[in-house]
Design a protein around this ligand. Structure first.
Ligand SMILES: [Fe+2]
Length: 364
């Protein structure tokens, strides 16, 4: 049976499409409401029949696109037993399910990040939701309602008991790491290192979590099956689900420096040599915020693989720029990890630059 398997989103929230080439029947896992039209267009263009949509857990960082996909296509909406979203049509339990012809999918109950977290195993891969991220990305945070580090450790032990060759596909990937096997996670993922439940709980308690108040509002929107992408305020560019402090390299201890729009303006006026590295997508450069003059453009998703483009400039100051600072911060970390030392994030990104009234190019 020829399988269709794709990741659909351009950014850190991962949405997977799984189906059988022969029947054109597909399921979508962890859709993001903001990308609804892209999913619908893909289904239409490729004449795919959406049979089921699944959320691996109740998300706290984005509004799920599952309810809207159900409305538009009439598909079933699956979540684990006890998931609170009011529009779920089927609650599944641990065991095999047959959603796509010829591809048995094993549901594994993996709570910890949330009470309703499931992982999906099929063929040579496992979709882990936020229970396990890739390598030094660690795992999803346990400090939101329903989070429980002890249960998280229990779930990770069950995942550790699975075959090493399974390829791990998480629900988030903030640094464009390529999917890798469970064997690699065992070697590189710090969340799999603590030897006992108690050690794991202590380890999680020592981690740094970003602010979560806004995430509680997103949870409520997902309980209510919101169909409006603007139903809740969601900060742009924030790697919200990632646990800070899980990276094995020392870069996390190295403070990322920021630089204000006023200082950058002063440097430009003085003709100071520096690299202005804009890490947004191309369409954003042409959008309402525009961009600074004479930027270098490398989208954040490509930065790791294009780091050699910048090596000639390793001794210069590099100022990383995005919409509001989140992606630029990640870019700075990637650069510092690669040995660049004079890296600064434009504080507040292009939003702050525009607010300050300084010159932009390509503004529409
Ligand atoms: Fe999550």
């Amino acid at each position: 049976m020829e399988m269709i398997f794709r990741q659909l989103n351009p950014h850190a929230c991962r949405t997977y499409l799984l189906g059988s080439e022969g029947s054109k029947e597909v399921i979508i896992i962890d859709p993001v409401l903001e990308h609804l039209n892209d999913y619908l267009k893909l289904l239409e263009t490729e004449k795919l029949q959406l049979a089921y949509v699944i959320d691996t857990h109740t998300h706290a960082d984005h509004i799920s696109g599952a309810a809207a996909l159900k409305d538009h296509t009439g598909c079933d909406y699956l979540m684990y037993k006890g998931a609170p979203a009011c529009c779920v049509t089927s609650h599944v339990k641990e065991g095999f399910i047959y959603l796509v012809k010829g591809i048995p999918i094993k549901v594994m109950y993996t709570p910890g990040h949330t009470k309703d977290s499931l992982s999906l195993i099929f063929q040579d891969r496992i979709l882990t939701g936020d229970v396990l991220f890739l390598e030094d990305g660690g795992a999803g945070r346990d400090d939101l309602p329903g989070g429980d580090p002890g249960e998280h450790w229990d779930s990770l032990q069950r995942i550790l008991g699975l075959p090493d060759h399974l390829i791990v596909y998480p629900a988030h990937e903030y640094r464009n790491r390529q999917a890798s096997s469970l064997a690699v996670q065992k070697l590189k993922n710090p969340h799999l290192k603590p030897a006992t439940r108690e050690d794991y709980i202590r380890y999680v308690e020592d981690l740094k979590f970003g602010p979560a108040d806004w995430m509680k509002e997103v949870l409520k929107a997902n309980y209510a099956c919101a169909r409006n992408p603007k139903a809740v305020w969601i900060p742009v560019d924030v790697p919200a689900c990632e646990v800070k402090g899980t990276m094995t390299c020392s870069v996390n201890d190295q403070k990322v420096s920021s630089i204000s729009p006023d200082e950058v303006k002063g440097r430009l006026d003085a003709g100071q040599e520096q690299i202005l590295l804009d890490v947004r997508e191309l369409d954003e450069l042409e959008g309402e915020l525009g961009h600074l003059p004479e930027i270098r453009h490398i989208p954040i998703d490509s930065l790791s693989s294009r780091i050699s483009d910048l090596e000639v400039d390793i001794d210069k100051d590099i100022i990383t720029i995005c919409r509001s600072g989140g992606r630029a911060h990640t870019a700075a970390q990637i650069l510092m990890q690669a040995g660049f030392s004079k890296v600064y994030v434009l504080a507040g990104g292009m939003t702050a630059w525009n607010k300050a009234g300084y010159l932009v190019t390509n503004k529409v």
